[in-house]
Design a binder for this molecule. Sequence first.
Ligand SMILES: Cc1cc2nc3c(=O)[nH]c(=O)nc-3n(C[C@H](O)[C@H](O)[C@H](O)COP(=O)(O)OP(=O)(O)OC[C@H]3O[C@@H](n4cnc5c(N)ncnc54)[C@H](O)[C@@H]3O)c2cc1C
Length: 409
Amino acid sequence: MKTDVQVAVIGGGIVGASVLYWLARLGLTDTLLIERRELTSGSTWHAAGNTTYFGPYAQMTRLFAGSIATYLQAETDSGQSVGFHQTGSLRVATTPRERELYQQYAETYKALDIPYHVVENEDIERLNPCVNTSGLFGAAQTPTDGHVDPVGATNACAAAARQLGATVMRHTPVQALKQESGSWLLDTEQGQIRAQQVVVAASFWTRELLAPLGINTPLYATEHHEFITGGVDTIAALPNEVPAIRDSFVSCSVRQEANGFLFGIYETEPEFWSLDGVPKEFSEELLPPNTDRLTPHLERLMERMPAIADAGIKTINNGPMCWTPDGLPLLGPLPDYDGLWLASGFNVGIGTGGGSAEFLAKWMVEGQPPYALPSVHADRFGNDMTQEAAVESIKACYRRGYTLPDKIH
Ligand SMILES: Cc1cc2nc3c(=O)[nH]c(=O)nc-3n(C[C@H](O)[C@H](O)[C@H](O)COP(=O)(O)OP(=O)(O)OC[C@H]3O[C@@H](n4cnc5c(N)ncnc54)[C@H](O)[C@@H]3O)c2cc1C
């Protein structure tokens, strides 16, 4: 067992594995990823894998674009498929104002060299004949994004990092973390590990892991449901997979899964999961479905895509999803704790994990962030936020769903 490393990464979800891979790509291979159970044992294994490029903030879009690029490179390096389906996405405009905002974003995509178009209702119908476009004002199309297999992508990053010299240790919960003589000591059942630097990529476990150090990370998990439908004849008859649809009125994203659909809802009244701490007995299991509060959204979805009502629901997955009070991850150093870095708090960790890992690893190796992105800095909430305040902010974020900010920052 490795007991003395330059960098220890705690947590083997998509984020931790991507960080390990990016550090290795930048030449830092005296590294150890430590995972409590198996890789992907947090939220990653049950994620839908959606990786869109669409977003109102240009710099965040770089994280999204960097993610698909990271996973595809890891696939090439490791030979492990990441299951990328390049379906493209349509963000439908449910109001004239949304369409206007989509038109404004075009400049950003041009600067980032990402294909992007504002399209008409006829285009939506041609691309996805199951969408009822009445009342829509076209859509923003990002034709080169899609979805990946989150388990495949995590394993590809870990395997590619290992090939470059990094080490992965599974079934090793980090029990405690302390600073001693300029380095970090990690207690595990198998013994103590010394690291010069630590990256905490432990999602909703991070809050409790860091609390004994006096660090208050406002990270809490909500429930999040995804549904898989039965087959749809119109879809089965098509030669290509249809693009994913995102809709602020329904507050839902829908992508093709086999010959049916997979959709996830951001409901108006979200439920929190285990606010007072992750239960010791929690492994990685799903939570019992609790769908009554989703009914108004389901009704709107059936109007938008009547084929879903006909196909029926085959599977419901309810899983914990990690949130920060503004919905953006905590990424970067904690300045009062030399050598301690956070990569936690991801609610779209598949969509942004690979690009975030690139951002963080470059910051660690080169001594400064590769570009300005203060909106994700790990210390931005200070240390004093109460649970009540964090929960209220997270609720507001969650229920905002796909509603866009009126101003671009
Ligand atoms: C139903 C559902 C659908 C989703 N769909 C999407 C989607 O389509 N696209 C998208 O981008 N996101 C999606 N998400 C969100 C996505 O799953 C998460 O953002 C992402 O998986 C977070 O990755 P992570 O690596 O930060 O955390 P996790 O995957 O939770 O990984 C954290 C890891 O840390 C480990 N760990 C914790 N504590 C310790 C410790 N003390 N010692 C060692 N290891 C530890 C855990 O075992 C775990 O493996 C979805 C979420 C849900 C619930």
